[in-house]
Ligand binder design. Sequence first.
Ligand code: SAJ
Length: 436
Amino acid sequence: MTGGSVHGGDGTTTVSVHGLGYVGLPTAALFANNGYTVYGIDTQPEKLERLRTDGADFQEAELNDYVDRVLGTDALHLRERPVASDYHLICVPTPFDHDQDAADLSYVRAAAEGIAPKLRPGDTVVVESTVPPGTTANVVGETLERNGDLLREAFNLAFCPETVLPGSILDELRGNDRIVGGIDDEATAAARDLFAGVVDGAIHTAPDAATAEFAKLAQNTHRDANIAIANELAKVARDHGVVPRPAFELANEHPRVDLLHPGPGVGGHCLPVDPLYLGQHSDHVALIEHARAVNDGMVYYVRDLLEDGLGSLADASIAVFGLAYKGNVADTRNSPATRFVETLGEPTAKVATDGGEPAVDVRVHDPHVEEAGVDLRTESAALDGADALVFMTDHDEFTDLDPTTVAERMDDNVVVDARGLTDESWHEAGLDVRRL
Ligand code: SAJ
């Protein structure tokens, strides 16, 4: 384990970052702000143009400043095609292909194909994209060898998983510990030394790349499964007439118990996807797959709570507060709230009226989200005259709501709180609150 004191580069070391998305762009800025000469490579010219003209557009102001500080300087050059560099970091998407039941590695392959002809002896390639174990050594290694002039022994190849958390990308990027695992000791050391130059956290070395790849998947799978146990226990608690969260708080008084928060499911770019990669070369994933199903099924449980409160969804006006996948971010990727809104449009025995489309008036409000492919309302357009209010995201704005005012503005009094935002005062205000 090393790390702890950022020393940075001296301007002569070159780092190419392939893929300027939510991981790659902050990573490029991290190196550019620490004395490295960085090439930010992205195959989409319009993205590069937008960056040049408008700068970064993350929902995190400090991160935008951090990126904008180096954009247009000699520290960060934007390019459409790969260039020769001492280091190449691969930060491209690896979506899960549900038809193939496998990770879609096409972007990783394409990045490696672009890097291969530029590789020089002693250069280092580091994969940061989340991938199934074995991908760095096999898929990336073979692609680099096949498309370039160098044999595997001539360059370094390692895996170092990204660690960005929407909401605190910059802090986590600079402060988190990192794991590095190379295809040999030299590659591990090269990647370790690179990251030790820019992060405050410790650098943990894995025995090989596959172990590091597995560790990354294990982290997100562990979190997903732990949220699933919280969700399952929450449903069981309600079956017993027990409100889940206060019971969880008591359970957590034990020194070795740490129940996470139940909720409407798990969204984002990592947790709903990463556990699936583990099933690619293993049949021992029953619990992991069940956890996924429990979390994905929570939107139906929330809909059941709503339906129980209203008696029927037909002709109801429902204010859905929160579309982002978690609190205080604008990110709607794989958001449970989006799926929940879809379920409200699904005809069910209880919803369907006189054989036609169910007449559910769904009014979505999210103060953080600007564009989401659904019609977004202001707070009052969503809440005034609503029969029910459903909290799907724990934004601070919602915690600050006054229950008495909410009760006055609604027509009926059903509140489904999937995020633990409400307390006794909501009952006292005359609202019929169903809490997870
Ligand atoms: N959630 C719950 N209950 C909880 C905690 C979270 O329902 O108690 C839900 C959230 O509302 C959200 C989802 O889970 O919908 C995921 O949110 P998150 O904050 O747990 O994680 P992500 O997806 O934003 O980021 C994760 C993090 N991984 C771990 O905590 C192990 C982050 O550190 C990683 O860098 C990131 O994945 C990644 O890029 O892999």
